[in-house]
Every structure is written in structure tokens, then in C-alpha cells.
Design a binder for this molecule. Structure first.
Ligand code: ADP
Ligand code: MG
Length: 414
């Protein structure tokens, strides 16, 4: 038991039918019918292999895409082929989630065999419960079709989908109401790592917050500052620009227009408030960069031209941040320092990401673009921990109990 949740060390799975929810949601090439990345499939291999090696009859449940990114809504068939290759053993697949075909396939499983069901979000219940559209209690989620049809065929439930731990949906929170429940190895690793950062980080603990997902950044800043988790927050990207604007610093009309155009105006007041309360721990850029006809320009604060749109932090800021990161014992990172996709505005991100690679401190990196930046600068292997779940990680750092964590704690008592 760790953090109130049972682990796979506490169960005998031989001959048992295990429903195992994974998050293998990947970008899809619809034209070719293939996956553009297989990171998340690779990440859940240890759990699937362990269950199969121990003689469980493994039934995998997974989603692919959502109504927000409809282009990505797709069958899990290609995932089965990739998983089979990574596992080096057959992974069966059925074009069904909880109908007669799926149930027959589950009943026919032999010890050690692995079956992947089709996209659980093809079930209306899973889909309509997505996010806020319809809120069902966890008890009511246990009465959905998918849980009522599949749970009687299974002995236990394993959740290995930490990346989806902030979702309140039947295949994530419903089975825990009726089956003894456990977290898989990936879930255990991710949840325990981030819990450690939150509860007892080695100090100094530095947060690096940039990028463009402003609501997430502000949601968690308050928590990590008020609870004393963060000794310092290094700001960059739009996060930095919003703080600078809130403090009345001149950062160029284009920068402010971008904030307003993105509907982030309300965060200027929040930034003012946060800075008023915790200003000594919130570190702001001292210089900014922008692009003129493809050429990078920089200026110290106070000398930033009136019209520009800042797309990166400057050299001075990058050097300051590098120093703070090298001195830190724990570094949590979400969001790049600038528009790193373009050469003229990549310097800040490149330099800071290199510092993450060089520091002796333990680094935790989350967020799609932050991970892309780590890949671009070839520092992925140097990170202490790369979290597969961006949204779940942020939601966790805001201090709220994640729905799946709550459900697994309930399922630990069954
Ligand atoms: P992550 O995916 O790591 O959570 P975000 O999605 O929050 O990060 O932010 C990444 C995006 O932010 C990148 O596409 C980057 O170009 C953009 N970005 C960073 N700095 C700026 C800036 N100053 N102005 C506009 N966009 C920015
Ligand atoms: Mg992103």
C-alpha cells in the first residue's frame, strides 16, 4: 500500500481476469492508420508484461482521442499491433468494448494472454461523462453499461493510467466501486514521484513555469507557493509576460495584445495579487527577446521598444535561471521559456533545458511541448522524471485529490 492505494506487490494474479485501464492515447496518422508516436504504449509495457508473466488474463481498456481533439478519435487497433511488438507476445484485439463480442473474447482468455478492447470512448457513457458535461458520482459510474457488463467477468481492476487520473469517467473511476483495485507500475512510479515533490521536496525546490497554458500555471502557482512547496518560481513564456504586465513593466504592445487576444487579461490581476503576496519567490525575466524579419533582437527591461511582441526571454535571464537551476535540489518544469519552435526565439528554452540536463538536482518535466523541447535539445535522458500526463500532473499540483486516486483508495478497501 502506498499513499492509500494498493500496489501489484499485494496481489496474486495467476489465473485471474484483470481489467487494466491504460492511457495509450497517441497522435494518429489517420490517412495511414498508424500512430505517430508510441511513448505512452512503451510506458505501460512493464505493467502489462508483469501481469502476463504472472499468469493473469489481461484485459486492457484504453481511449484514443477526445471530442476536444476530434481528429484524434480513433480505434485502438493499431495500438494492439504496437503493444504486441513491444511486448514480444501476441496481443488480441476486438472491435467491441463491452458487447457480446468483447465479453466472449474475455471469457476465452487463457492464463498470460493479453486482450485489448476497442476505444472505450466509443461508449456514449464514457464520452458524455468527459469533463463537465454530465457529472456522475463514482457509485453511479458503477451502474454504467461498461462496468455492469465487464466487472462480473473480472477478479480485479488495475489502473495504470496516471495521465488520465484527472478524468472522472466510468472506465477510470467506476470499476473501483465493485472490484478490488490496484495501481499499475507506471501509475505507482508517476504518482509517488509527484507526491514526493509535493510533500517533501529536497531543497531548494525551484519551479520553472513558462508556456501558454496560463490557467493551469496560475491554478497551481497559488498552491505551491501557499504550501511552501516552491522556494522559487522562475517565470518565462506567456506566464512571465503576464507578471511583467501586471507590474507595469514595458514589454511591448504586441506582447500585451497577445495576452488580451488569448483572453488571458483576467490573469493580469491574479498575477498582481500573487506577486503582492509572494513576490520575493516569484522571479521575473530581466530581459526579453523578439523577432524582426526573422532576426532575433534583445533588450533589457526598461529598454524594450514600444511595439514589439516578446517571444523569448533574453540571455541575461537565461543565465540567471541556469544558475538557480544548478543550485536547486528539486526542479519542476512545465512550459517553455519562449516560442522555441522557431530558431530566433529558441535560445531561452534551449539554455534553460540544458541547465536541467546539467543540474545535480532531481528534475521533473511535464507537458507536451516541454517534452518536445527536451527531445529537440536531446536532453530527454538527462531528466530525472518525465511525466506522461500533463493535465493530470498540473491538476495534482493544484492540491486537489484526483478522481482516479480517490477511486483507487476506495477500491483498496474492497
Ligand atoms: P506544455 O505543452 O509544455 O504544457 P504549453 O502548451 O503551456 O506547454 O506552452 C507551449 C507553447 O507556448 C509553445 O507552443 C510556445 O510556442 C508557446 N509560447 C511560449 N512562450 C511564448 C510567448 N512568449 N508568446 C507566445 N507563445 C509562447
Ligand atoms: Mg502544450
Amino acid at each position: 500500500m502506498r499513499f492509500g492505494i494498493r500496489t501489484l506487490d499485494e496481489v496474486q494474479v495467476k489465473g485471474k481476469t484483470v481489467l487494466c485501464r491504460v492511457d495509450i492515447n497517441q497522435p494518429v496518422d489517420r490517412q495511414k492508420g498508424t500512430l505517430k508516436s508510441v511513448n505512452r504504449i512503451r510506458a505501460c509495457v512493464p505493467t502489462v508484461r508483469e501481469l502476463s508473466d504472472k499468469g493473469a488474463r489481461v484485459v486492457l481498456l484504453a481511449h484514443q482521442g477526445s471530442d476536444i481533439e476530434y481528429k484524434n478519435f480513433y480505434t485502438t487497433r493499431p495500438h494492439a499491433a504496437v503493444l504486441s511488438q513491444l511486448l514480444g507476445r501476441e496481443v488480441r484485439w476486438v472491435e467491441d468494448v463491452c458487447g457480446p463480442t468483447a465479453r466472449e473474447a474475455i471469457r476465452s482468455l487463457k492464463d498470460g494472454e493479453v486482450l485489448l478492447l476497442d476505444n472505450v470512448r466509443f461508449c456514449a457513457e464514457e464520452q458524455t461523462l468527459f469533463e463537465m458535461k454530465l457529472r456522475l458520482s463514482h457509485e453511479d459510474q458503477a451502474k454504467t453499461q461498461v462496468v455492469e457488463k465487464l466487472a462480473p467477468l473480472a477478479d480485479l481492476y488495475v489502473c495504470d493510467a496516471f495521465a488520465a487520473a484527472h478524468r472522472d469517467q466510468p472506465t477510470l473511476c467506476g470499476f473501483e466501486q465493485v472490484l478490488p483495485s490496484y495501481m499499475g507500475r507506471l501509475f505507482e512510479k508517476e504518482f509517488c514521484t509527484v507526491s514526493q515533490v509535493m510533500e517533501a521536496p529536497d531543497r531548494p525546490c525551484v519551479f520553472v513555469l513558462g508556456g501558454a497554458k496560463i490557467s493551469d500555471a496560475f491554478l497551481m502557482m497559488n498552491t505551491v507557493l501557499s504550501r511552501g512547496v516552491a522556494d522559487k518560481i522562475l517565470t518565462g513564456g506567456l506566464v512571465g509576460n503576464i507578471f511583467l504586465t501586471a507590474l507595469g513593466r514595458e514589454i511591448g504592445k504586441g506582447s500585451v495584445d497577445f495576452i488580451l487576444k488569448s483572453n488571458y487579461g483576467e490573469y493580469i490581476d491574479k498575477a498582481k495579487e500573487l506577486y503582492g503576496q509572494y513576490g520575493e519567490r516569484i522571479i521575473l525575466p530581466v530581459d526579453l527577446a523578439w523577432t524582426e524579419e526573422g532576426v532575433r533582437k534583445e533588450a533589457a527591461l526598461g529598454a524594450v521598444p514600444a511595439e514589439i511582441a516578446a517571444t523569448d526571454v533574453g540571455h541575461e535571464t537565461a543565465a540567471l535561471y541556469r544558475k538557480a537551476i544548478l543550485e536547486a535540489k528539486t526542479v519542476f518544469v512545465n512550459g517553455p521559456m519562449g516560442v522555441f519552435e522557431q530558431e530566433a526565439s529558441e535560445y531561452g528554452t534551449k539554455e534553460v533545458w540544458q541547465a536541467l540536463a546539467d543540474t545535480q538536482g532531481f528534475t521533473v518535466l511535464g507537458g507536451g511541448d516541454s517534452i518536445t523541447a527536451a527531445e529537440k535539445y536531446a536532453v530527454t535522458d538527462k531528466m530525472g522524471y518525465i511525466c506522461t500526463g500533463g493535465g493530470a500532473l498540473i491538476r495534482f499540483l493544484t492540491g486537489e485529490e484526483l478522481p482516479v486516486v480517490k477511486a483507487l483508495r476506495h477500491g483498496a478497501g474492497l
